[in-house]
Design a protein around this ligand. Structure first.
Ligand code: AOF
Ligand code: ZN
Length: 343
């Protein structure tokens, strides 16, 4: 399943509106003979790519998939049929498909005599490659991550406004790798005026990545026509609002959205409860009277403090990356009701 998860990670950002799914085929001896991931819409699903790689070696073997194999004729024929035709004997998958049109795969496989098991590494898949897509299926809204880099004392710039660089080069490279997997990046006009960010996804070589997220500028203030965000390197959308709900509505066609600030816009999103996850890069640096990473957010007293649940903590060179989610976040573990394995 970990191989299937990394195959899925590899295509994240390229499968919209389909989920990035990964699949691995094992032969009768348990050796990996095929790996696949979802191709762009209209192309084959993960299972079909993995089965093609495995060829005849799939017969009598095992398929491991991050999502329940689909059971419908959509843009492509059902993966259940492909697995049955290939002579697969056992299927393990992490999460059930919440899309009613595609669901029912496990039951269909079971009916065809294939031993079927649900729930393998379900939490890792739900918090990993399928996070944004699952959120979209559940809520109808894109998944919003607020990402910021700050000093130990919560500042994103020094008192004179200078802000380069707070976090180390490894954290910055990671931000670029992540951008290439997103649908949209949102900033406020204030950030455009102070930082003139480019907001493109760059490869380690400095070249532009093949997939660029939509650059979204939010706010009423005019930005200069010379702003780097208006160049042709990636598409740009200008939204004349500061209302977080209006922004999220305007981005309804997307799945995975990153909010990069600044402080006022982040405050508006947090106050409207439109932040689903926080990625905080914290550097071992103090900035004193600098600009706070967050403004407002409607917090006037300790009762109104917004508290989050720590999902993970990672060290990145000298910095620390905290991943935080809402306390009321839908608990995916509890939806893993059925194990189709026989007693
Ligand atoms: C799978 N394997 O790799 C993916 C699945 O319109 P279609 O035919 O492309 O089907 C899209 C639906 O199929 C999608 O909403 C989701 O429920 C499922 N995605 N299923 O077996 C895959 N990407
Ligand atoms: Zn499928």
């Amino acid at each position: 399943m970990r191989s299937a998860i990394s195959a899925a990670e590899g295509v994240r950002g390229t499968t919209y509106p389909n989920p990035p799914v990964g699949a691995v085929i094992l032969d009768v001896t348990g050796a990996i003979v095929g790996t696949g991931a979802t191709q762009p819409p209209g192309g084959p699903h993960a299972e079909v790519v993995a089965l093609q790689a495995a060829g005849e070696l799939a017969r009598g073997g095992t398929a491991v998939v991050t999502l329940e194999p689909c059971n419908h004729f959509g843009r492509t024929p059902p993966c259940t049929k492909a697995l049955i035709d290939a002579g697969i004997a056992t299927v393990h998958f992490a999460l059930r498909d919440p899309n009613p049109a595609a669901a029912g795969g496990a039951a269909a496989l079971q009916q065809a005599g294939i031993a079927t098991h649900a729930g393998v590494l379900a939490d890792e898949v739900a918090a990993g490659p399928l996070r944004a897509w699952l959120h979209k299926q559940r809520t109808g809204r894109p998944h919003v991550t607020w990402k910021y880099a700050a000093s130990l004392d919560g500042r994103s710039a020094a008192a004179d406004g200078t802000s380069k660089w707070i976090t180390g080069p490894i954290a910055r490279a990671q931000v670029h790798a992540e951008r290439a997997k997103l649908d949209a990046i949102v900033v406020g006009t204030g950030t455009v005026l102070t930082d003139d960010p480019w907001l493109t996804a760059r490869l380690p070589s400095g070249e532009l990545a093949p997939h660029q997220p939509m650059r979204v500028v939010v706010g009423h203030t005019e930005i200069p026509s010379t702003a780097r965000i208006l160049d042709k390197a990636a598409p740009t959308l200008l939204l004349k609002t500061r209302d977080a709900n209006e922004v999220v509505d305007a981005l309804a066609e997307y799945t995975d959205v990153l909010l990069e600030g600044g402080p006022t816009l982040a405050g508006a999103f947090l106050e409207a409860r439109r932040v689903d996850r926080i990625l905080a890069y914290i550097a071992p640096v103090l900035l004193g009277d600098g600009r706070s990473a967050l403004g407002g957010a409607g917090i006037g007293n300790i009762e109104q403090a917004l508290r989050f649940r720590r999902e993970s903590v990672e060290t990145i060179g000298p910095d620390v990356l905290l991943s935080l989610v809402q306390f009321d976040r839908h608990n995916v573990g509890s939806t893993l009701d059925t194990d189709y394995s026989e007693e």
